[in-house]
Design a protein around this ligand. Structure first.
Ligand code: GDP
Ligand code: MG
Length: 297
């Protein structure tokens, strides 16, 4: 199983949304009006046998076209370092020379594998005409792969996904398949909280932790999402460990998780965390399903 985050990067109108729709076949695309900061936003999730890809966009990476000459903002660069693969889209027809320069200048600072997708090849009658452009990019910087595609017709998109598959790390499904269309963001949020518990308490509470999201309330007028989450443990002693002296440990879990959640959702988050004891939840298949608990983590 391979899984991870793929950033779709490119100038406006290059075909990012079209590619996403083509990849997801309109199955799952979480888009919606949401206040943007400069951080990652989940665009959609592709789940296939053996692979789960979480596509994110990175607002602020590349500004309006007239400024396109220059811009990979530092915060956005930091965001890019959080993903596993960067997919850089360029237009096969426009053949910007500047884009090749930008690729070298800015993307070379990103320490992640970058795939160049040359889009809109359906508009190029003779495919050999693409070769000089591809060469230009190849010389500009060492891409992991260069794939000509048409996001519109789907041509080459499978090849692109193959390249992505090869570059993704081995990992679990972040989102259970049957919940994908519903509330993928909730599952990711739960996952992030669980990750913090493991991170902070590696030795003390191995695997006896599940996280559920009880409340996920979007407050657009405040540019904020209010989240209530429960950390489920099996024993009272584990509850004590998670809460910590004077609640310090739970506070730290909340602080770290909130930072990550804000980065992912792209807005402010209020995070309420509670710890609940439920004996032997791991032995109860229904509880396991409910908690999205997966084997091998
Ligand atoms: P975004 O701004 O990067 O999200 O670009 P969009 O996906 O919104 O696409 C911008 C325009 O380019 C739309 O009119 C698309 O239909 C068109 N477009 C995107 N991909 C292709 C393609 O592969 N071939 C052709 N001919 N048009 C495309
Ligand atoms: Mg778009």
């Amino acid at each position: 199983m391979r899984s991870g985050y793929v950033a779709l990067v490119g100038p406006p109108n290059v075909g990012k949304s079209t590619l996403l729709n083509q990849v997801l076949k309109e199955k799952i695309s979480i888009t919606g009006p949401r206040p943007q900061t400069t951080r990652n936003r989940i665009l959609g999730i592709l789940t296939e046998p053996g692979m789960q890809v979480i596509f994110v966009d990175t607002p602020g990476i590349i500004k309006a076209q007239d400024e396109f000459n220059r811009i990979l903002v530092d915060t956005a660069l930091a965001t890019l370092s959080e993903v596993d693969v960067v997919c850089f889209l360029v237009d096969a027809v426009k053949a910007f020379r500047e884009e090749a320069g930008i690729a070298r200048e800015s993307l070379s600072r990103v320490k992640k594998p970058i795939i160049l997708a040359v889009n809109k090849t359906d508009l190029v009658r003779n495919k050999r005409d693409l070769l000089p452009l591809i060469d230009e990019y190849r010389l500009a910087m060492p891409f992991q792969a260069i794939v000509p595609i048409s996001a519109l017709t789907g041509d080459g998109v499978d090849l692109l996904l193959d390249e992505i598959r090869q570059l993704l790390p081995e990992g679990p499904r972040y989102f259970p398949e049957d919940h994908l269309t519903d509330q993928p963001e909730r599952f990711l949020v739960a996952e992030l909280i669980r990750e913090k518990v493991f991170h902070l308490l590696r030795q003390e509470v191995p695997y006896a932790v599940a996280v559920t999201i009880e409340d996920f309330l979007e407050k657009p007028e405040l540019s904020r999402i209010d989240i209530q989450a429960v950390i489920h443990v099996e024993r009272g002693s584990q509850k004590g460990i998670i809460i910590g002296r004077n609640g310090q440990t739970l506070k730290e879990i909340g602080k770290q998780a909130r930072g990550d959640i804000e980065a992912l959702l792209g807005c402010h988050v209020f995070l309420g965390l509670f710890v609940r004891v439920q004996k032997n939840w791991r032995k109860d298949p229904r509880a396991r399903a409910e908690f999205g608990y997966r084997q091998g983590r």
